[in-house]
Design a protein around this ligand. Sequence first.
Ligand code: A3P
Length: 895
Amino acid sequence: MTLYSHPPGKGDRQCLRRKRRWQWMPGRLLLWTILLAFLLGCVSLAWRMTVSPDGGSEDMQLPVSSPAFDVVVDYPEEDPALLKIPVELAVTVPRLKNEPKVLVFVETQYSVVGREIVVELEAIRQRFRLEVGAKSIPLLTSEDRGKFNLIIFENVERYFRMDRWNRELLDRYCREYHVGIIGFPPILEHTLIAASVESLHLRLHTNIQLRDFELNASSPVLHVTKAEEIWSGILTGEDWTVYIPQHTAYEVVAWARPLGFVNETSFNENEPPKLPAVILDNGKLDRVRRIFFGQSLKFVLHRPLFLDAISFLLNPDVRPSLRRYVQIDIDDIFVGRRGTRMVADDALALIETMERWRKTIPRFRFNLGFSGKYFHAGADDENGGDDMLLANSHKFSWFCHMWGHSQAHLYNSSVEALVREMQFNRAFARDHGIPMNSSYVVSPHHSGVYPVHEPLYEAWASVWNAKVTSTEEYPHFKPMHLHRGFVHHEIMVLPRQTCGLYTHTIFLASYPGGIDRLERSINGGDLFMTLLRNPINVYMTHLSNYAHDRLALYTFESLFNFSRKWTNLELRSAPPLEMAQLYFRVFPQDAEPLWNNPCEDKRHMQIWSATKSCERLPKFLVIGPQKTGTTALYSFLLSHPAIRSTYRNPETFEEVQFFSGTNYYKGLDWYMNFFPGGVNSTTDFLFEKSATYFDNELVPLRAFSLVPHTSIISILIDPVRRAYSWYQHVKAHGDKVAAQYSFLEIVTANRDSPKPLQHLRSRCLRPGEYASHLERWLDHYPSTQLLILDGDLLKSDPVSVMHLVQRFLKIKPFVDYKDLIRFDKKKGFYCQVEATMKAPRCLGRSKGRRYPVMEADVEAVLQRYYQPHNVALHKLLTRLNQPLPLPKWLRADLQ
Ligand code: A3P
């Protein structure tokens, strides 16, 4: 049947042609071709998916996704005993590297709807992979595991029109791995008006206008989205699609009525038909569940509905929690300019509103942050406002910051000055009966919270016994949906959400960008989405937002009303300490901070102490692994007049080991203090060598976050010899386990061996699995920043290696190392020989140790062990095209 929204005329010929392409009605010849293609498809599937082929059947039960795929977080009850978050968690939370991702087919890297989809996925922390266009399909499985748990098409036409081969492959993957598909219609001006997708038993009308969006209360997709009301009136855009199902597999999620004639049902102008505007294919068709939207996320109700579609397809049985915790802070109490402050009536309105909200948002209280220095600094009626707040102080929760509302980073390194500021404020609180038991602290303009200003954390702990703070600056102010929390020195830093109310937003009529902007943000826009996406919401407002037009009360009241009308969210509140404990229970992985480079973010630079400088960060890192000649390279580098390294760490000597261990939690200030600052620092090449960095899983990401432009130098020797040298090293250092067992016993330890022995084996062998560690570095750093040195060459011809290093670093002046290092017969290695030295300076006895030759049987075991790793290394080095030829040992090993 041909479908038109109006009788076909000249302009419809193009449509007709398109329609024919969509109607995949095979003739006999076509049937044979398809059959052949299908058979070939099966072979390809078996190859790509390594699963047994299994076609769909209408009667078969649709299995649900494995719980491992869930995004579900159910929030624990507010039982304080349950809420103790151990800070050590930070170190132990594993990173779920291999969990399946969402596969998103986007039109281009920058397409609007694609970006919107990505924002939602990022906001709910779903990992994803973007695929531009849908001409080819990425590898869908690895090691028998599905790589994707959901597939989204920014333009569902790509899916409908996918060539048969790919389409079959994709659908089969979805069937085998219980993966659902979500699709949005394209936003193209001249697209189809009507079409049939025969394979899906679906007819579509596109590019139409709709009104009166009505959700189907019995749709299993709905969860957050509430179906009680009809979104009345004309829906924005003329680019809606309606779906007319031709199979019982389809269930309507939402209807809307067309504005014009659509040739499907009898049309009555007074009451046009309800047509499906969002539709669920429940899988009865071919055991693949699909949800098709009638428009992009432009329509505000599609946003909660999109989140519902995701959670439904990931796991219809376990849906995300509906609870949203809300904390509203009011900063600048007593601080605002004259004429912008609250008067007594405003304070009363604040209390009345708080009490009313508490009826629907259990435990809600405003949090008030004050600076005592400005008490009674307003006009008379405003001072009355101050008094009214104090008279009712017990009704609020309070937090403290600086007495003079000053910024912590301006105090440079003086903890005492900060302590004094806070003590003044504490005395004010005591004298005026302000309850100060919230353990919550805030810093003006986020100063010192992030980037961390250590003296602030110290002062907070000593004056306030602070346990919680909040900021909008971590990891960066923008994008806002990526605000995260972290824990530093046992203070939990909550992410703060932006609500669009600043000190200068006082009157509704002069809201920046107009009232409409605020309304849009509340009614389905940014502010609403913030509430929807975040289980724990901390908003900052200011004293002035509660004066005059009381914009903050209006904003949040409207937000809560909108949320009640269109969602099933359950709003709650809790004191800041509980909010923080909840947050880190829901997102334990966030407890671990990831330090970024303050110099890469203008806002961070504005709240970073002038005494700190990014010059005190390394221009290159020597990452190891251990026992490959890293100390020799370190000492040769120091002979260069323009190269300087870190000060010695009393515990780990020339290695700071910042990125690899618990030192990381000491923070950026701690790390930077190891680098010489001062006169020459900008011209000097500062570097750090820590041989433990190479194989530590966390280091590449951490290093890249802080020093993304730094160069990375690694040294490799035959992993068999490296393992033996390492064994000799730990034995010489008195390692009890190493002393107890032979080298053979260590390298052949297995699951039945004592745990310490297994652990020692892993420490000994894992660093030599070079390729996998290098790949991890290459996940972050571009290969052009990575230099891989041959440790044998460093031993036999260090001069040429040092020349290569200088060229790689583009360092000036270029120094001829012939004058700086020379072979020392007694040591048996090259040593430093500078003009001022009486004798060559060689490395100590622990470098270039003498020990018996490795026994042949252990060597054979190790060679077998490293064989596959060396093959992978060979491939990697060939791909990287490093300046040095492949090491001899590697070539020999692979022959
Ligand atoms: P051995 O002691 O087993 O011979 P690292 O500094 O990374 O721990 O590496 C130590 C290894 O560096 C030594 O292992 C030694 O073989 C090698 N090396 C390379 N050049 C050297 C040098 N000039 N002086 C001393 N050791 C050197």
